[in-house]
Design a protein around this ligand. Sequence first.
Ligand SMILES: [Zn+2]
Length: 477
Amino acid sequence: MTLSIYNSLSRKKEPFQPRATGRVGMYVCGMTVYDFCHLGHARVLVVFDMVVRVLRSRGLEVRYVRNITDIDDKIIVRANELSEPIDAVTSRFIDAMHEDEAALNVMPPDEEPRATGHIQSIIDMVRVLQDKGLAYQGSNGDVYFRVRKFPGYGALSGRSLDELLTGARVEKDEGKDDPLDFVLWKTAKANEPSWPSPWGDGRPGWHIECSAMSTQCLGDHFDIHGGGMDLRFPHHENEIAQSEGATGKRFVNTWMHNGFVQIDEEKMSKSLGNFLTIRNLLADDPDPNRAGEVIRFLILLSHYRSPLNFSDGILGQARAGLDRLYAALRLAPAKPASALSAEVRSYEAAFQQALDDDFNTPSAIAVLFELAREINKASEARDTALVDELGCALKRLADVLGILYQDPERFLGIGSGSRSGVDGILSASEIENLLAERRQARESRDFARADEIRDQLEQMGVELMDRPDGSTEWRVR
Ligand SMILES: [Zn+2]
């Protein structure tokens, strides 16, 4: 195993060594379900799905846990706004999230624990922290973590307690002893969901949910914990304090954080009106299956730790790139090649090497483009054995990234069977009729008429591709 991963805790790339040979436990902070998933969520979903696929492709048995926060201030506010029960709101947005995941070809995690299903283990952990002097019930009834009692606090975010104290405030309704302390258990307010506890009726704070659920699903100490960059502080810093405070053991070996998503070089936010949900993006394309794969591909075109700057131009580039790969794959029949030559194996090695370097997907995708170029060359030279072999390698490597999983002709929209024509303008049979007329015009050497038909179709968004055998394929752009 030569895979190295950048560990946010040590701030360097480290060779990845699973705790138990051949087995990996991985926890990723999932969604707080009060709205539709946006592009930032899509990035978390796709990046860690890619990580799981790469680890599995190396023969590792991965247990992937991604939680759902289904009780939270934001959810309560949303349910009140909508005048709906909380569980109606959360179950609707959980269903929507699962649909979005499927469109992005994101595999379901092995376990998807929900906070409301783990209240007892949360209470147990808070009690242990209190017994160890790391937690106390404040003057307002809320239970807090006593940050100064946990010596390693600030290690993940690289901040000292003095730095953290600047800007820390105690709000009026809080009962903290120290501005640095954070809440573990909140006392019930009127008309809010609550559970009985040793500190009275209440509900868990957000940070403790993840400590309790990850420990319950993966044990006290596991391999990889991931999430978006914005969770590094305070959420993950607090998770370490809670878990290591409660167990006295190391919590996580490798911390992974993916970078932010920007829209046209601006931060994505509801107030700026540039908030892109996954379903809006899917709805913008006449073929949502294609749109989902384009978004996945666009996300993987950036290294997971770099900022991802989304724009229509970048979306178009991703679509064109994926078209190129599918066009090459289409030349290679689906039958597996028997043995791969040294030349083809060298592409596989370059691909593995790229991913070994902290999941460098842009470099790995560059290898796929090289393979596509070689397929086109081999096809022009009519070397079908080489086309088969290269096509087989392309498919196998693309599989590791979870791309090129659709039928190439369908993805490219080629032929009358795959598309219904141009919506409301031209049916597939009308397109076929015009193509027949164009063929006749060409046969009778009326090239002006043939070109006229081509231009007419192009204007309506139908692209024609003349094949060497004289036939013509079409697709709706
Ligand atoms: Zn979390």
